[in-house]
Write a new protein. Structure first.
Length: 154
């Protein structure tokens, strides 16, 4: 005896939803890239981002060095224990970045766009104390119209 057609159709629908869910999860993981276990979803302006959050000094020193790519909607957020004036460089970078400097309230106070690997050993600083630095692919600031005063929400 065979199952009624509507039961078979329901079974195929459930299978399709499960397959789509697995593929969607895989797609999201691809967008996120191979981020560290400490990651967060965030919004800057109207742009949604997947951020790898780095708080340890050793991870901050390494940053994105040695990586081949950064997915388009991903970035790295450096979180410092207290406001500071850090110096960043492009040592062992394979691609250019935009650096967004944020104060203790996560408001953009300075932007250093389009910093290429060829700038090493030059260092870049915000010119004032900050508590967060956001690294994104070069061109992200212009493409998404990020500006001084925008707030990072996560």
């Amino acid at each position: 005896m065979s199952a009624p057609k509507h039961i078979l159709a329901l079974g195929f629908l459930v299978l399709a939803v499960l397959t789509f869910s697995r593929n969607a999860e895989s797609f999201v993981n691809t967008i996120k890239g191979n981020l560290s276990p400490y990651q967060t979803s965030a919004t800057l302006g109207r742009t949604h981002l997947w951020l790898e959050v780095v708080t340890k000094t050793t991870d901050q020193e390494r940053g994105l060095s040695g990586r081949d790519i950064l997915p388009a909607e991903a970035g790295m957020l450096f979180v410092f224990n207290r406001p500071t004036v850090p110096a960043f460089w492009m040592k062992e970078m394979s691609f250019p970045l935009d650096l967004i400097w944020l104060d203790a309230n996560r408001r953009v106070v300075s932007i250093s766009p389009n910093l290429g690997p060829e700038t090493y050993p030059q260092t870049f600083s915000p010119g004032q104390k900050i508590q967060y630095v956001l690294e994104l692919n070069a061109g992200s600031v212009a493409k998404n119209h990020f500006a001084i005063g925008d707030k990072l929400r996560y």
